[in-house]
Design a protein around this ligand. Structure first.
Ligand SMILES: *[C@@H]1O[C@H](CO)[C@@H](O)[C@H](O)[C@H]1NC(C)=O
Ligand SMILES: *[C@@H]1O[C@H](CO)[C@@H](O)[C@H](O)[C@H]1NC(C)=O
Ligand SMILES: *[C@@H]1O[C@H](CO)[C@@H](O)[C@H](O)[C@H]1NC(C)=O
Length: 359
């Protein structure tokens, strides 16, 4: 009994310290933001979001994954905050860059909501690494369950429907649905109908979030999956796998149609928006966006497992590292087999920003 209490105390203390360091990090880094101190909220899609609600997978998760996930292992977080903090990168990710752009603090991970009540006003992050719209190989809440968590908080009046009129939602999901499909022996012929099922379920989920009161729901069109190191290591990271990229292309085409339909049905053309990660990744990987000079080959990840491409952060029974890390993560686009570095996300976000400006 005592031991249990102690464990609880220690772990809640660590959560708290972690939160503190995270908050300091985010504030300390945003010198630009300091110049616009007076809670200035930047407009996207014709309004100034005051809260950000995030759903999906590791492209958005800032700490919900369980402590045995790779995002909590060294060397994750080495650039920011300097130690693993549950982000699947060496530092900040999409959620952080979007929040900062909007003039908001990065929304608190659902898991830590009780430890920082003063952060709830910026929204909440319900995303879990490894998850999909359907259940995947990872035993974490799928997107429907994440929305259930949000609904429970609404039922408890933590958030009110009227307040959500000023909120934006970010959704990144479905890469894990496709890798699970492949891992479970799904056939190439079966892919189109599976993709259609995934997109139909996304549409149901997006509508549900909007019906709960969120003003604008921005869903990511998925990145070119065949360009992820997971698929390019077979050719020494020299070129993207065109076959795998057709999955992204079909997914994104169906997603575009689904979003257009949702906007017509809701009679509000700004209710559902696509955030085109595919365009953004492609611009960077093809060298069209040259704001950052990445080392070549650009498809090679900074952190590479020595026994498995997915092994960044893994150790053997003796605790010896089963991975290598590059000298300068700031000059690498990919961090591990599936995720960009902080520098990668930064330039991807600058591409997405120009999409906001056009909309
Ligand atoms: C982490 O622990 C949970 C139980 O808390 C388990 O379900 C899951 O499979 C574990 N994940 C890994 C990657 O070991
Ligand atoms: C999400 O997960 C729950 C719990 O495992 C499951 O009951 C539900 O069917 C899943 N939803 C979808 C759309 O797969
Ligand atoms: C592309 O990926 C698929 C699926 O993993 C694989 O079967 C195929 O051999 C890869 N093609 C190339 C050119 O690497």
């Amino acid at each position: 009994m005592e031991k249990q209490n102690l464990t609880f105390l220690v772990s809640s203390c660590c959560f708290f310290l972690l939160l503190l360091s995270e908050m300091q990090g985010v504030q300390g880094s945003s010198s630009h933001h300091h110049r616009h101190r007076h809670h200035e909220h930047r407009a996207v899609y014709g309004f100034h979001p005051k809260e950000l609600f995030v759903f999906g997978d590791s492209y958005a998760d800032t700490g919900n994954s369980p402590k045995n996930a790779s995002s909590w292992e060294v060397p994750y977080g080495i650039t920011f905050p300097g130690k693993p903090d549950g982000r699947y990168s060496d530092g900040r990710i999409l959620t952080d860059f979007l929040a900062k752009y909007l003039g908001l603090k990065s929304p608190i991970p659902y898991r830590f909501r009780k430890y920082a009540p003063n952060r709830l006003k910026y929204g909440m992050n319900f995303a879990y690494g490894g998850t999909g719209v359907f259940n995947t190989l990872v035993n974490s809440p799928n997107m429907s369950t994440q929305i259930d968590f949000f609904q429970n908080l609404m039922d408890e009046s933590v958030y009110k429907k009227t307040e959500l009129e000023g909120s934006l939602s970010l959704v990144t999901v479905s890469g894990n649905d496709y890798s699970t499909y492949l891992a479970e022996g799904g056939t190439t012929q079966g892919f189109p109908s599976f993709i259609a099922r995934v997109v139909n379920q996304i549409a149901v989920n997006l509508k549900r979030i909007h019906d709960m009161g969120v003003r604008t729901v921005a869903v990511a069109a998925i990145e070119p999956l065949g360009c992820l190191p997971e698929f390019t290591f077979l050719n020494s990271f020299k070129q993207c796998n065109a076959t795998v990229n057709t999955v992204s292309t079909l997914h994104n085409t169906l997603l575009q149609q689904a979003v257009a339909k949702l906007n017509i049905e809701s009679k509000d053309s700004g209710a559902f928006i696509i955030l085109d990660l595919n365009d953004a990744f492609t611009a960077v990987l093809n060298g069209i966006d040259t704001t950052v000079k990445f080392e070549t080959p650009i498809l090679e990840p900074c952190c590479l497992g020595t026994t498995s491409i997915l092994g960044c952060g893994s150790v053997d029974a003796k605790g010896e590292k089963l991975y290598t890390v590059c000298d300068n993560p700031k000059a690498a686009f990919f961090w591990d087999a599936t995720h960009p570095t902080q520098a990668g996300w930064q330039v991807v976000f600058s591409e997405l920003k120009s999409q906001f400006d056009r909309s």
